[in-house]
Design a protein around this ligand. Sequence first.
Ligand code: ADP
Ligand code: GN1
Ligand code: MG
Length: 361
Amino acid sequence: MKAKIVEILKHYSKKGELKDFRNYGNGHINDTYLVSFNESKIILQCINKSIFKEPKKLMENISAVTLFLKDRIKANGGEPSRETLNIVRTDEDNLYVETKEGDIWRAYEFLEDTVCYEQIGDSKEFYEAGYAFGNFQNLLADFPVEKLYEIIPDFHNTEVRFKAFKRAIKEDVLNRAADVKSEIEFFLSREKYTHIFNNALKNGEIRLKVTHNDTKLNNILFDKESKKALCVIDLDTVMPGIAAFDFGDAIRFGANTGLEDERDLSKVSLDLDLFEAFTGGFLKACGKSLNSREIELLPMGAILMTYECGIRFLGDYIAGDKYFKISRESQNLDRARTQIKMVSDMEKHLDKMRCIVQRYS
Ligand code: ADP
Ligand code: GN1
Ligand code: MG
C-alpha cells in the first residue's frame, strides 16, 4: 500500500516535500489517509469502487456542490476555505487520480484545528450539528437538483432495502440467519414502515431535494476552539433525497446514548434532550424551506433511518460483511442490535418527539 500511495502522491507534487502519511478516521466506507507535507496536510482517499460504481461522476457531483457552497458561504460573509470541503486538484488539474487498476483517489485540503466526534458531549454541540446539517440543506436549496447524478440509485429507498434484506435472508450464504431469528423478525414485522415515505412522495406531499444522505455526527468537523460546527464533510452521497432522512439519520447516530456498535445494549437509548437540541438547530437553519408535512414527518424520518440502517447492518452480517467495514467479528450484528434498541425506544417516544418538533416549527 505504501508504494501505491507514494505513486498517487506524485500527482500532488505541487504540495511540496512529503513528510509522512497514515490511516485516518473512522469511516465505514472509503480508505482514508492523512498526508503531511512540509507546509500543509491533505486528506487522501481511495473511493470504495465496489460501493460507488461511478466514482468519476461522484467527483463531478462533489465539485459542483462545493463550488456552489463556496459562493453561498462567501455571500453570507463566511470562510469558504474552512466551511466546506476543498478538493485538491492534481498537477494535471484533475479532480482525481485514476490508477492502472481503475481505482480513483481524491484529495481534500485537511481542515486544521478541527475535531470530529463519534459521540456527542453535550446538547449544545448537538444543536450545532443540527444547525450545520439544516444549513447544508438550506444553502443548497436553489442548487439545480437535476444536475446531480444519482450516485447510488435507491440509496434511501427503504422498500428496495427491504427486498435486499429478504434476499440476504433467503440466500443465507454463511448459515447465519438461524442464529439471528429474533432480530430478523423484529424488522420483518415492521415492513409497514418501508412504504411511508414512498407514499408521501407519490402523493406529492413531499418532494426530492438536494440532501446529504449520510448525516452521521462524524461527518461534521467542529472548530476546536469555538466548538462550533464548522464543516459538513463526506459528500459522496449528496444527491436528490428526502429532507426528513437527513434529520433522521443524524438522530439515529447522534441522539444515541451509546455507540453505534455498542455491545452492552443497556447503554443504548434515545436521548430526548439531544433530540430536542438537534431539532432546534435543524429547524432554525432550514425550517422555512420545509413544508408542514415535511416537518410533521421528521420523527418518522428518525425511525425510518434507524430501521433502514438496521436492515442494512443485519443484511450485511448475514451476507458475510461485504459492505460495511468491520474491525471485529459480529460487529455488523452488534450494529444491527443497537438499531433495534433505538427503533424500539423511538416507537415508545414517538408522541414526545412529535411534540418537540411541533414546538420548534
Ligand atoms: P467515509 O466515507 O469512509 O466515512 P469520510 O469522508 O467521512 O470517509 O472521512 C473519514 C474521516 O476522515 C472523517 O470522519 C474525518 O475524521 C476525517 N476527514 C475527512 N475529511 C477531512 C478534512 N477535509 N479535514 C480533516 N479531517 C477530515
Ligand atoms: C456509512 O461512510 P460513513 O461511515 O459515513 C454508510 C451510511 C450508513 C453508515 C452507518 C455510502 O457511512 O449510509 O448510514 O455507514 N455510507 C454509505 O454507520 O453506505
Ligand atoms: Mg464518513
